[in-house]
Design a binder for this molecule. Structure first.
Ligand SMILES: [Zn+2]
Length: 373
């Protein structure tokens, strides 16, 4: 929610503090993951080295039961589907050197409806706190039930270097960077246990990769992003406010030519929130995050859309009736309708052709053809 004038939003804190905290959490997660190795169904296991004596469990099919060799085939099929969806595999063959990254809008479109609903209801605040080249660190609020007060989402804009260098204004460069592909990461449990694996195999993961198949939480590999990432993508996608931040990234980058960490000051963070709040107040359809399909369905349910469609249909009917009447005239009163062109029309045609640079020979050929009709 918006803070009162002069009051600082509770989520606004110095970048150095947020960065240190996030570093600690990402590192703790990595250590935990290494410690859990015995419980991980790793890439090696998936490649055929799994020993059923290890007795790992899955929830595939709804029951909690030991992983079978058939499950491994099903898991591999899900992996291949995900890779095909993201251009990392063609048919059954991995695509060497396939470009990585994903568009912000795609993340929203491919997200699970439940995650979109949670993002709409619970996650309202997004603040960029620092950037290092094209990598931006953002914080979001955590839900009321969470045991932490904020989450860190990392977003790497893959076109940063390119737009920084090519000849465009900083704002235009920023717009193109934001509309381009990105990689992301979040420090929450949902991302860690459901989605980091999908991001890794889909080649849009930022941060530590995950090769452990989510056999318990997400064996069918559904969804793509947690509510924090979804809210961040919606903010990136919404335009104005984030574009201004991105413009500053480009300006700083062009001025310093350095990929050192650039903190967003507390005052700038506060300004970002206030601007975002204003932008949302102006948003026609509120702050609910919708996929392209959902937005389309909503638009089609609007009375104004239906009126427009009815008008379009009516005029299409009119046009069809007019065409039919014309066709009738042409056949029944051929001598009146298909009159030969008048000398004046000939002259006009010749002038027009001359103006367009036709040669005298070309014009003569056209004129003789017209005259013969
Ligand atoms: Zn998250």
């Amino acid at each position: 929610m918006a803070a009162k004038k002069g009051e600082r939003h509770p989520l606004v804190v110095p970048a150095s503090k947020v960065s240190a905290e996030a570093r600690k959490r990402f590192e703790a997660d990595r250590k935990q993951r290494i410690d859990d190795q015995a419980k991980i169904l790793s890439a090696d296991d998936m490649a055929g080295l799994y020993d059923p004596k290890r007795g790992l469990f899955t929830t595939l099919g709804g029951d909690f039961r030991p992983v079978t060799m058939d499950d491994l085939l099903a898991f591999r099929a899900a992996v291949h589907d995900t890779q095909r969806l993201h251009g990392q595999r063609k048919g059954n063959v991995p695509v060497p050197g396939a470009a990585g990254g994903i568009l912000a809008k795609q993340v929203i479109n491919l997200s699970a409806p439940v995650d979109r609903q949670l993002a709409s209801k619970q996650i309202h605040t997004v603040i960029p706190v620092s950037n290092r080249g094209g990598v931006v660190q953002l914080v979001t609020n955590a839900s009321a039930k969470s045991n932490v007060s904020r989450h860190t989402v990392m977003v790497q804009f893959l076109d940063y270097d390119k737009v920084l260098a090519d000849g465009n204004t900083a704002l235009e460069a920023a717009r193109r960077m934001v509309a381009g592909k990105l990689r992301f990461d979040c420090d929450c449990g949902r991302h860690t246990f459901w989605y980091r694996y999908i991001a890794s195999i889909g080649n849009f993961n930022y941060g530590r990769p995950e090769d452990g198949f989510p056999r318990i939480r997400n064996p069918k590999l559904m969804g793509i992003a947690c509510k924090h990432v979804i809210r961040v993508m919606a903010t990136i996608n919404a335009g104005a406010t984030f574009n201004l931040f991105a413009k500053r990234m480009i300006e700083t980058g062009r001025r310093t030519l350095s990929n050192k960490q650039t903190p967003v000051t507390v005052a700038e963070q506060q300004a970002f929130i206030e601007q975002l709040t204003k932008e949302r107040a102006k948003a026609k359809r509120g702050t609910v995050i919708r996929s392209t399909e959902e937005s389309k369905a909503l638009r089609q349910a609007q009375p104004s859309y239906q009126r427009q469609q009815a008008a379009r249909k009516a005029s299409a009917t009119d046009r069809a009736a007019l065409r039919a009447a014309n066709a009738k005239l042409r056949t029944q009163k051929a001598d009146k309708v298909n009159k030969p062109a008048s000398p004046m029309q000939h002259t006009a045609l010749m002038e027009a052709m001359k103006a367009q640079g036709y040669t005298a020979k070309q014009i003569a050929r056209v004129m003789s053809a017209v005259a013969e009709e």
